[in-house]
Design a protein around this ligand. Structure first.
Ligand code: ZN
Length: 507
């Protein structure tokens, strides 16, 4: 058991006592598992940054910081959090840091299957596995089943990207969707201590600590901050616009402990600080001085590796995708090689597609991320009803909701494979709008011959062309549609090497 774990147990017991005695709270409260060692290092780093960077002129533009989310599962691959919650979490972070000229973008979502990391990321085996996985070109956040001893999340120091550094965040998957847990841990990443530093490892108890509380906090090193702020530069969290605080969490955003500082003055902690431990607030914030110290950290040398000087695609995505194929409630003949297709969404360069037998998308979900507006799925069962929905995003903007779900029924035909020689293909315009033809363009990696046909949804051939040759490279073919009644048609490209179909809407 490492230092962090020992500390976490002590903290967990202390907090459990405070909560059960004072509040009668039975559910596990938010608690941060960042170790006392790391919390001391955070404060020391913050004070050092403040000293070193007081003449620094910070850019007035937004700094974009990459995040790599690691979806940790058991060694058998199960248990990983949904990509959907990861997108939500990034959206929340960007809202919470928007007033600091700091925005985060998705470097990547990576999956790791390791039961040690999943169940006990703070253990020797878990931490060693994480260290092996670390890629020091983004903030690395590991989403596990458990952050150790009931903690919601923690930051693991030391900071930096050297051999001796750790510098990762672990978040238990049940807390990733919380509005402040990850924001709080990124506060630690950027060297912000808890406002109650000094009363970390033991809950305040008048029978033990007296009232007023003693001059020194139980860690024996940290001065308790006075209510009047006279020692705020160095005592407590070392930040003057966060009031004295000796750690009294609540589940209703209320401080009610009536604690006094060492001179007998009542303290007045602020439950709404992100760096505090209060549930139930309508909103949370960083104080101005906390924000200034976050800027100091971001532009310090240990954070060079998360400032790549890169501006991501920041287009806000306002539209939900329109699902094209299969048509809602359609019975498709096969259950393999089914092509899902939707309208491209302006600003989106990635899509999260969810497919499930149930409309909740939580029972037997299949989830895919694709960069195109279609997806070939192969792993469905015959003669079943499926629901599907699509959520557009880009590396920065992940706040757009899914499309409304639609459904289709699979048949029992095993469909032939699509044509491997076709690398890309498109039909424009689609839907049409009074044009007399559509253009089919195909990029082939090797030559092939195919029959082309337009087939109505009732199976009648509306147009066909035999023995069309597609050489290697790009080929564009005009398909006449001026004699077709308005409606939906399947364009079928059939070759001895497979079949491609695409839905065309003629208006
Ligand atoms: Zn914390």
């Amino acid at each position: 058991m490492n230092m962090r774990s020992i500390y976490s147990i002590a903290l967990g017991i202390a907090i459990a006592m405070v909560w059960s005695v004072q509040i009668g709270y039975t559910q596990a409260p938010f608690q941060c598992g960042t170790s006392i060692t790391d919390l001391r290092a955070i404060k020391a780093q913050m004070l050092a940054n403040r000293e070193a960077m007081h003449d620094m002129v910070f850019p007035r533009s937004v700094t974009y910081v990459p995040i790599r989310f690691w979806r940790v599962g058991k060694s058998d691959g199960t248990g990983k959090i949904s990509e959907r919650i990861v997108l939500d979490a990034l959206c929340t972070l960007n809202q919470n840091y928007a007033d600091q000229n700091i925005q985060f973008y998705l470097k990547e979502i990576k999956d790791v299957h390791n039961t040690s990391v999943y169940e006990n990321p703070g253990s020797f085996a878990g931490a060693a596995a994480i260290k092996d996985l670390m890629i020091y070109n983004a903030i690395n956040i590991f989403i596990t089943n458990d952050a150790g001893d009931g903690a919601a999340a923690y930051w693991q120091g030391p900071a930096g990207n050297t051999f001796n550094s750790n510098d990762w965040i672990v978040c238990a998957k049940s807390y990733l969707g919380d509005i402040r847990v990850l924001t709080h841990e990124l506060g630690h990443f950027f060297s912000i201590p808890h406002p109650f530093h000094g009363w970390e490892s033991e809950a305040w108890d008048p029978n033990i600590h007296g009232n007023p509380v003693g001059l020194y906090a139980p860690d024996g090193q940290t001065l308790n901050e006075y209510a009047d702020g006279s020692n705020c530069q160095t005592a407590g969290d070392g930040i003057c616009d966060t009031p004295a605080d000796y750690l009294h969490p609540s589940n209703n955003c209320t401080y009610s402990a009536n604690a006094m500082d060492p001179s007998g003055q009542p303290i007045s902690p602020d439950p709404q600080l992100y760096m505090n431990y209060h549930f139930g607030c309508d909103s949370y914030y960083f104080s101005d001085e906390q924000k200034a110290n976050i800027q100091n950290s971001l532009f310090s040398s240990t954070r060079n590796y998360v400032r790549p000087n890169y501006v991501p695609n920041t287009t806000e995505i306002t539209d939900a995708p329109v699902l094209i194929a299969p048509i809602d409630n359609e019975e498709v003949p096969g259950y393999t090689n089914i092509i899902l297709e939707w309208d491209p969404v302006p600003g989106a360069d990635m899509y999260l597609v969810e497919i499930d037998r149930f409309q909740t998308f939580t029972v037997l979900p299949q989830r895919f991320i694709t960069s195109t507006n279609s997806l070939l799925i192969d792993e469905l069962q015959p003669n079943k009803k499926y629901y599907w929905r699509v959520r557009p995003f880009n590396e920065y903007y992940t706040c757009t909701d899914f499309s409304a779900p639609e459904s289709f029924y699979t048949g029992n035909v095993v469909a032939v494979r699509e044509i491997e020689a076709v690398k890309e293909w498109a039909v424009v315009p689609n839907p049409t709008n009074g044009q007399s033809f559509v253009r089919l363009s195909i990029t082939a990696s090797s030559p092939f011959d195919a029959y082309l046909s337009l087939v109505s949804l009732t199976g009648q051939s509306a147009w066909r062309q035999a023995e069309q040759h597609f050489p290697t490279g790009n080929t564009t073919i005009s398909i006449p549609i001026d004699n077709l009644p308005a409606g939906i048609y399947n364009l079928v490209i059939q070759s001895t090497r497979g079949v491609l179909t695409k839905r065309i809407v003629v208006q």
